[in-house]
Ligand binder design. Structure first.
Ligand SMILES: *[C@@H]1O[C@H](CO)[C@@H](O)[C@H](O)[C@H]1NC(C)=O
Ligand SMILES: *[C@@H]1O[C@H](CO)[C@@H](O)[C@H](O)[C@H]1NC(C)=O
Ligand SMILES: *[C@@H]1O[C@H](CO)[C@@H](O)[C@H](O)[C@H]1NC(C)=O
Length: 281
């Protein structure tokens, strides 16, 4: 992911995740509830193009006009079964990726080709005029919601948003969750653009430019240092020269995103300032 704007990239990254607190046992104080109700996603640069606030999504789901809205749950299907936003369709973490073959195969887990993605999205009822909202909750690993938003935006869909605060804040607000599996209503027409290469950095680019690239490893410290080899990487450790900044560090304890100022300061700590080009993995 090669991008110019620090905040955009970070919010997407962050986005990428959510949770670590045991949300089942949390109830919001009235003060917190007020704060969550008043979340204004325009507090981030381009925030309106990346996020949708829980209150806004709730309003949209209540309008019995949901044919213009598609909500995708990118959590593990087991988490979906335990409770999801009413009407949300389960895509899981790998729903927009190619899972032909088995983990470890060369192309396993890479994003679907444009042609396959079009078929997949049509089967989910997504057409160009719809608002697509993605969210996730943590199960085995972070990143599902943000990854889907990143991929869909890279494919040229503009009307795609990540739910700010994910399922966590949705629940804290007392909004309904459902255990009923939703069925998609397929559509016939969807046009996507070719994947926008400015959203990603390929292997060749990294290898050729390694000496002057800023790279950030957002995994756990144990994965970064090579002590955790349980995640299936072929080799332990990190890309030479990569700095470490855990994805968790840009989130508050309640899973909301830290302020632009706080994130800017965290990034400064690893030598990256707003406007710099950098690559995340
Ligand atoms: C349906 O949703 C669209 C976009 O979300 C909105 O502009 C429109 O006013 C809604 N129509 C009705 C009848 O609620
Ligand atoms: C690709 O994405 C970048 C960054 O968002 C944008 O500036 C550019 O216009 C996009 N290119 C195309 C062909 O849409
Ligand atoms: C390496 O970086 C330069 C400068 O950004 C770029 O022009 C070149 O295409 C990059 N190499 C590859 C293989 O992408």
């Amino acid at each position: 992911m090669r991008k110019r704007n620090l905040i955009i990239v970070l919010t997407i990254l962050i986005a990428v995740t959510y949770i670590f607190v045991n949300y089942n046992t949390i109830t919001s104080s009235p003060v917190d509830k007020d704060r969550y109700l008043n979340i204004d996603v325009s507090m981030f640069e381009n925030g309106n193009e990346i996020f949708i606030s829980p209150a806004e999504l709730h309003k949209r789901t209540e309008q019995k006009n949901s044919s213009s809205l598609i909500v995708l749950d990118a959590s593990h299907p087991k988490a979906y079964a335990k409770g999801h936003i009413p009407g949300a369709l389960s895509i899981g973490f790998k729903g927009l990726s190619d899972t032909t073959g088995k983990p470890g195969d060369k192309e396993w887990g890479v994003i679907l080709s444009k042609e396959k993605l079009i078929e997949k999205l049509k089967s989910l009822g997504i057409s160009n005029d719809k608002l697509v909202v993605v969210y996730s909750d943590i199960d085995k690993g972070p990143g599902a919601g943000g990854r889907a938003v990143w991929q869909l935006k890279m494919a040229g869909l503009e009307n795609v948003r990540l739910l700010y605060g994910g399922l966590e804040v949705w629940k804290r607000l007392g909004y309904e969750v459902s255990k009923k599996t939703s069925k998609a209503v397929p559509v016939k027409n969807l046009v996507l653009k070719d994947y926008n290469e400015s959203f990603r950095a390929k292997q060749k680019y990294i290898v050729e430019n390694l000496s002057n690239l800023k790279i950030v490893d957002v995994r756990s410290l144990k994965e970064y240092t090579g002590k955790d080899t349980s995640r299936g990487e072929a080799r332990a450790g990190h890309i030479k020269g990569a700095k470490w900044l855990s994805w968790k560090s840009v989130l508050n304890e309640d899973t909301t995103v830290k302020s632009s100022d706080e994130i800017t300061s965290l990034m400064a700590g690893i030598g990256i300032k707003p406007g710099d080009d950098f690559v995340l993995y």
